[in-house]
Design a protein around this ligand. Structure first.
Ligand SMILES: Cc1ncc(COP(=O)(O)O)c(C=O)c1O
Length: 454
């Protein structure tokens, strides 16, 4: 065996054995105990050593491949990717698009941005709202939000997103965009240059512009933000590393580390919008970027995709001193999150209902994704391993024609160009699989898209 590491797996632990192995190898690589370029033992050898089946090891390796920690060299085994091992990082000094219309009842809506709510109205959901509405009124709440919800959320993001956030580093918002707005209102001065992904999320651009930022479009490719192209003079960069919106890339570990190093070098803040990070279909979700360096990342979470945007609750995680400043600024602005939705979410979390629902939705979205991918068979797809949308990569003229023709057949589609702030760099259709009411409608809509865009 070519590595000498204390690896062990427990058969009776709650965590599956492959996940235990992933966690141990990930931390060994992150801490530099396993160095870049080092060769890992073959799956057969490691399985023999640990006394487990070979599948346990191959599953763990597959996950680490997908996260970018490992690379294969043809015919010669598995290696730690160059550039991923931890290097000590220096400390820091400290065109508006039209509003979109609602789909008419008879239409099939294939646009991104909405979660499927067909199974949301459960007894647990009703119970949480009923109890929350029956709580005695409060005169004044802590600008960080309800303590009980922050406690339940700190547990949830640790379980679901692999990050630890201290309670004084967590503030309840009305959603990811509200969190970004509060952050911008706290840290930006008029004219500060702020990087946004291009193409990217239009509402984030609108919020940042509204706080006086000078927006700097930063290119993305099929893996997400192109970190090497970031200018050094940005105060903040807004990014969606778990599933780039709208292109769908999942930012690989070496780029995550380069992004953190860039932020530290330049004293910049990274705003991580983790809007749909719970949903990944090929391998387990990657932990949030925030977990790698809570000092330079501000984490923006939301119920918009795991429940519904209409719940109006999100969370912001960050360095406690920065979060305290956000809380103060929020008081100045008289900005708050209503108490009843906070309590409803707390109850859903405390009783395990949210975890159960997210597990169920993971299955539902995996089925929906499968239907979409099958129905679009033969078209070039991007970004389909995570989240609730994917991109059909077709020329602008084909995409525009497909939108018009689909509209005549009662199908609402969206093109990639509307997600650009500058000249269009990537063309195609963005297909969301949360909006359509049923699997049958989703299939029918996508089959028509295939005939129009193929
Ligand atoms: C990239 C991105 N971020 C965030 C959100 C949700 O934001 P909010 O929590 O403010 O509703 C969405 C919803 O479509 C989104 O696409």
């Amino acid at each position: 065996m070519s590595i000498d590491l204390p690896l062990s797996v427990e058969r009776d632990a709650q965590q599956p054995m492959s996940a235990q192995l992933v966690a141990q190898l990930r931390s060994a690589m992150g801490e530099g105990r396993l160095a870049a370029g080092e060769r890992l033992p073959s799956s057969r050898a490691l399985a023999g050593l640990l006394g487990v089946s070979r599948t346990v090891v191959t599953e763990a390796y597959e996950q680490l491949y997908a996260e970018g920690w490992l690379e294969g060299r043809h015919g010669s085994g598995t290696y730690v990717t160059e550039g991923v091992a931890a290097a000590p990082m220096p400390r820091p000094q400290a065109k508006t698009k039209p509003v979109r219309r609602a789909a008419a009842p008879h239409e099939i809506d294939l646009r991104p941005g909405l979660a499927w709510i067909g199974a949301l109205d459960t007894p647990a959901w009703r119970r949480a709202w009923r109890l929350a509405a029956g709580m005695p009124p409060q005169q004044r709440q802590d600008p960080h939000g309800l303590l009980g919800l922050r406690q339940a959320l700190a547990d949830y993001i640790r379980r679901s997103r692999g990050v630890t956030c201290p309670l004084d580093g967590l503030l309840i918002t009305r959603g990811a965009t509200n969190g970004l707005d509060l952050l911008a209102a706290t840290v930006l001065r008029p004219g500060d240059r702020v990087g946004v992904e291009e193409p990217g999320y239009g509402r984030a651009r609108a919020v940042l512009r509204g706080r006086g930022a000078e927006l700097v479009p930063c290119p993305v490719d099929e893996h997400g933000l192109v970190v090497d192209a970031l200018p050094d003079d940005l105060r903040l960069v807004y990014t969606t590393p778990s599933h780039q919106f709208p292109m769908g890339g999942v930012l690989p570990v070496p780029r995550r580390q380069a992004l953190l190093a860039w932020a530290r070098r330049n004293g910049a803040i990274i705003a991580e919008d983790d809007y749909d990070g719970e949903f990944r279909y090929d391998v387990a979700p990657l932990p949030a970027l925030y977990g790698l360096d809570p000092d330079v990342v501000v984490y923006l979470g939301t119920t918009a995709k795991i429940l519904t945007a209409d719940m109006g609750v999100g969370w912001l995680g960050g360095r406690p001193d920065l979060v305290a400043e956000v809380a103060l600024r929020r008081e100045e602005l008289n900005d708050r999150t209503a108490v009843v939705p906070q309590d409803a979410l707390r109850l859903l979390l405390e009783r395990g209902d949210l975890d159960r629902y997210v597990r169920r939705m993971r299955g539902e979205y995996a089925r929906r994704r499968e239907v979409v991918v099958q129905a679009l068979d033969g078209l070039p797809l991007r970004g389909d391993t995570a989240g609730l949308h994917l991109v059909v990569d077709v020329p602008e003229t084909v995409a525009a024609r497909a939108v018009d023709e689909a509209a005549r057949r009662g199908i609402v589609l969206e093109t990639l160009d509307r997600h650009h702030m500058g000249p269009v760099r990537a063309s195609g259709l963005v297909i969301g699989y949360g909006s359509a009411a049923t699997l049958a409608e989703l299939r029918k809509g996508c089959e028509i898209v295939r005939t129009l865009a193929g």
